[in-house]
Design a binder for this molecule. Sequence first.
Ligand SMILES: *[C@@H]1O[C@H](CO)[C@@H](O)[C@H](O)[C@H]1NC(C)=O
Ligand SMILES: *[C@@H]1O[C@H](CO)[C@@H](O)[C@H](O)[C@H]1NC(C)=O
Ligand SMILES: *[C@@H]1O[C@H](CO)[C@@H](O)[C@H](O)[C@H]1NC(C)=O
Length: 546
Amino acid sequence: MFRWVVKLRGLRIRNLVMAPPGIAALRVFLWTVFRAANFLYLPVFVTRIFHRATPCPPIENDILLLTAVELAEKIRKRELTCEAVVKAYIERVKEVNPIINAVIEDRFHDALEDAKEVDRFLSNTLMTTEEIEEKKPLLGIPLTVKGSIEVEGMKNTSGVVSRANVIAKEDAIIVKSARDAGAIPILTSNIPELCLNWESTNKLVGTTRNPHNTTRTVGGSSGGEAGLLATAASIIGVGSDIAGSLRLPAHFCGVWGHKPTPRVVPFAGHYPSCKNEDEWREVFTLGPMARYAKDLKLLLKIIANPEAKETLRLDEPVALEDLRIYYIEDLESILTNKVSSVCLDALHSVVDHMNKLCHVECEKAKIPLLKYAPEMASLVLLDIDDVDNLFVGRGDGSYAELFRYFTFRSKSVFMAIAYGVVRKLSKYIPNSTVEDCRKKLSEMKAELIKMLGDNGVLLIPTFPTEAHPHGDILRKVLDSGYCVIFNAFGLPVTNCPVKFSKNKLPVGIQVVSAPHNDRLTLAVAAEIEKTFGGWKPPQPREKACY
Ligand SMILES: *[C@@H]1O[C@H](CO)[C@@H](O)[C@H](O)[C@H]1NC(C)=O
Ligand SMILES: *[C@@H]1O[C@H](CO)[C@@H](O)[C@H](O)[C@H]1NC(C)=O
Ligand SMILES: *[C@@H]1O[C@H](CO)[C@@H](O)[C@H](O)[C@H]1NC(C)=O
């Protein structure tokens, strides 16, 4: 709680004001705001004493423990009926959702009909199992879909109260691709209002809770997905990432999330979107989430653009021992919190393992300007015009809405309103400063890409800490910088769960590569899963630590 005092003592003026010159003042301002925010939290800390965690029931159906790759094979070979699989997942969702509150809307009835259709198809078809695998690699696999991705006939609300009755007219392209490959969407999962937060809360569905400890957040914005995957109520899902949304929830919930190279996965059918599509495509992407690492690749192959499938060469084997591995322990930005010992420990464990495996020892990456990247990346993302938000088409009512919020009359959550306010304030930042940030970021990007080359990966924490109690994100907003910088750089990243903290909360690391080398991060993810065990079910308190 009093970390800011320590920070104050450790504060070096040089760090605050070093180049680029334009944002020095901004840095001092932000630093002050975030230190002050800690004070405002005192009353919140007191109320937390009374919160208790509710455990999720243990997983009893073994079907829920098979990977999507295994499930698809068993369904194809008629060793399991699709109906049994879909039923198992529906039952599990019904069991855990009252505890974690991760579902916006289900289509259980239709999903069961789809499942029976698959079983009928399998009992009549003359196709061989190889042909089925080739044409319908996801046949019969239940799929969960982040609530901001459109599914025909389901709500298209993105957590906004005034959109409560808006229904999507068609599937997003990636949902359609997954269905064509045989997957069966079973529900849409909860998100923050308009995806504008790193915790999943809105006034239509409420707050999604972390199954590892329900007093903590699942993260955001693909938080419902991560919560369901972590409780074995989903096996694969699709999400989106503009500022860590595929990776941070995966880190907080102990599952896998992959942010693909920009432009690899078509994004049509996501709300919110942006009119400035060219800029948007570079930083925003849809992508796969999964409970088991190897299922990421299975799903990515299906949702990627046909052209991208060739450049990605996802089936090409990766020689792990030839990889060049770089790592960063801490960005050492004065605006982010120090990386906690458990997150450092996760990183070091992977570094140690890779040192044994690879011919060349892992090397600390040296990119001095990177410590300024979180605020530069945030500023550049904030500068993108015409992103759908609460105030689009309504004039600019952000200050009025903020006033309504503080007088308990708003139907929106704080972060969604704050986005409007911060965007408005950001207009006072001189254009030259934003340009300066853009320039510095592209220099760093070039440096990173050169360093990584065609066989390099970078290991870096996903976030400085394990999942925090609901609401704490306000005083940790720039900690999201660990994720956000890779949106600004446009690099592919996989979040890999590595360890559990002494509070039995999962922590992960990000594995980053140069553009179109997604297969490298996925191969390292598979190795991490093999070595460290990957996903594990939430543990009741009495049981021993891992
Ligand atoms: C969902 O809502 C958005 C915003 O109103 C709209 O642009 C989009 O076309 C809708 N999607 C579908 C599939 O109906
Ligand atoms: C930045 O540039 C835009 C046009 O490109 C202009 O409308 C705006 O006033 C400028 N802002 C500042 C603070 O200089
Ligand atoms: C859950 O987290 C809270 C802090 O948010 C902590 O006080 C509590 O002991 C944790 N509960 C369990 C069951 O680990």
